[in-house]
Write a protein that binds this ligand. Structure first.
Ligand SMILES: Cc1cc2nc3c(=O)[nH]c(=O)nc-3n(C[C@H](O)[C@H](O)[C@H](O)COP(=O)(O)OP(=O)(O)OC[C@H]3O[C@@H](n4cnc5c(N)ncnc54)[C@H](O)[C@@H]3O)c2cc1C
Length: 482
């Protein structure tokens, strides 16, 4: 049998790679982790989740301060935002988390960490900094990069992506955000709240194309009321650098060409898997439209080479990367065949209010031809929500023919936390009665979960049939007030 330097080698030190590396080393596998950048942590820590959520928090506070009177407080005369201070805070949060994702910590777990850009020289070997490393199993966890759509002039026009956005020297006066997905929408709201005039250009007829229209529209209306401008059904066709301003010419939904101008452009239209330069063609790896072709055990056509995280080109979330890292561990290290199943993959867009989902929404249920019913409750009927001054949004519960929950969407305060109860219900294959019979503390936002289930059960409990039976057995006299 061939002798390899390592049991498992991992390319990429982000959420997926770190999950595999720490797990593999703890199980006793001789593990090599290779990261291209100078530090571990990947996009989530350095250019994604962590900086964006830190920025969102800062923007939320500034927004609350601007609206202090809504909470019965004196009006605050606020100074404009110094973005260098915002950046300083972002860097300090990254620094703290970085310690957890340090080379020293992974070394203490037993992982050999190397930095540099590696590429495959054969199916079991890679070349890194002039050295050859071999491993029995390999994992491609190289993440993704912003996809830059073809637009005339873009190569000559400076623009921002998530790589630069959080580390600007000053707050842009105005911004054209190209894209209407989660990253563009979260950032449009945050920058607008900090004082940037933001215009969102989206090709589709709604923002957040994966979500149901009613939820996305309600969110868009909130952002519009805060001052964000939207141009839906619009294709950016040309960009130009005008010096202090940049121009984006769009073709709008009526086919008219319209010039938009702003101090800066944010391109956030989606991601492409980082698989170029890895020598995958040289080892005859089959590549599909999104990334390497993989089976449901995340194996490429070379069964000992796995792909996890954004590099798969599918569910591009940190928690999906972690989940896939676990699937790889199971298959590659424990030799326990395990398939990836995305049925209960939750996600959340961290706008204010947040929009969180799990399972099917009306769009996906209709597309799969499933018959379903929808039950919903509004946050304005939730006492805690009113007390918090966060009365917009709703919860939608989708039930299948057998009255089993197949999906939940929540647009509301702390929706990303509220979806947790549904994650347990869906993964535990629990019945709705588990939520209906559970006592929820009052007053909490979580009561909305119980209430939406209650709206489904109340039709059954207070039915004419039940009322008739009670009347018959206990001689109930009926309504006391006309
Ligand atoms: C602005 C923004 C906000 C986001 N917010 C959220 C959020 O709130 N919640 C959420 O779940 N997800 C969020 N995401 C998505 C999340 O960041 C990604 O899904 C996650 O980082 C994917 O992890 P990964 O390990 O696959 O890739 P990454 O974290 O990108 O790690 C891949 C690593 O591989 C390295 N690499 C690349 N090529 C090579 C090579 N040839 N050799 C060695 N190393 C290489 C890279 O340098 C990188 O460190 C956000 C993304 C963005 C852009």
């Amino acid at each position: 049998m061939a002798d390899f330097d390592f049991d498992i080698g991992i390319l990429g030190g982000g959420a997926a790679g770190l999950t595999v590396a720490s797990g593999a080393a703890r199980f006793g596998a001789k593990t090599l982790l290779i990261e291209k950048e100078l530090e571990l942590g990947g996009d989530c820590l350095h250019f994604g989740c962590v900086p964006s959520k830190t920025l969102i928090r800062t923007a939320h506070l500034y927004h609350l301060m601007k609206h202090s009177e809504k909470y019965g407080l004196p009006r605050v005369d606020l100074k404009p935002v110094d973005f260098r201070e915002v950046t300083r805070r972002i860097r300090s949060v990254i620094r703290v988390i970085q310690e957890h994702d340090s080379r020293e910590r992974f070394c203490s777990l037993g992982v050999r960490v190397e930095f540099g850009t590696a590429y495959f020289t054969d199916e079991h070997s890679i070349r890194l900094n002039g050295e050859r490393f071999t491993a029995k199993k390999w994992v491609i966890a190289t993440g993704s990069s912003p996809f830059i759509p073809p637009m005339e002039g873009i190569e000559k026009t400076p623009y921002l992506t998530n790589k630069e956005l959080f580390f600007l020297d000053s707050l842009p006066k105005s911004m054209i955000a190209i894209g209407g997905g989660p990253v563009a929408i979260e950032m449009a709201q945050a920058f607008n709240r900090l004082g940037t005039k933001v215009t969102v250009v989206e090709l589709g007829k709604q923002i957040l194309g994966a979500e149901d229209k009613d939820m996305a529209e309600q969110l868009m209306n909130i952002l519009t009321s805060e001052g964000v401008t939207f141009s839906l059904g619009s294709m950016p066709i040309n960009t130009k650098d005008l010096g202090n301003e940049k121009e984006v010419i769009i073709k709008n939904s009526e086919g008219k060409t319209i010039p938009l101008r702003a101090e800066t452009i944010l391109v956030a239209v989606g991601r492409k898997a980082n698989i170029h330069g890895l020598g995958l063609e040289d080892i005859s790896m089959e590549i599909g439209k999104k990334g390497p072709e993989i089976d449901n055990r995340l194996r490429t056509n070379h069964k000992h080479i796995f792909v996890a995280g954004d590099a798969t080109g599918s569910y591009q979330f940190t928690h999906a990367a972690g989940y896939e890292g676990g699937i790889v561990l199971s298959n590659a290290v424990l030799h326990l065949p395990r398939k990836a199943d995305y049925t209960n993959m939750p996600w959340c867009t961290y706008t204010d209010p947040e929009l969180a989902s799990i399972g099917m929404n009306e769009k996906t249920a209709a597309a799969s031809g499933i018959s379903y019913t929808v039950w919903s409750e509004e946050f304005r009927t939730n006492d805690r929500s009113l007390a918090e001054g966060e009365e917009t949004g709703k919860i939608k519960l989708l039930l299948d023919e057998r009255e089993k929950p197949i999906g939940i969407q929540i647009l509301g305060p702390s929706a990303g936390e509220l979806i947790g109860e549904w994650i347990a219900v869906m993964n535990g294959h629990m019945k709705l009665s588990a939520i209906a019979s559970a006592v929820h503390p009052y007053p909490t936002l979580g009561e909305i979960n119980k209430k939406v289930v209650g709206s489904f059960f109340s039709g059954k409990i207070f039915s004419d049939k039940v009322k008739k039976a009670l009347k018959f057995f206990f001689s109930l006299k009926g309504r006391a007030c006309g």
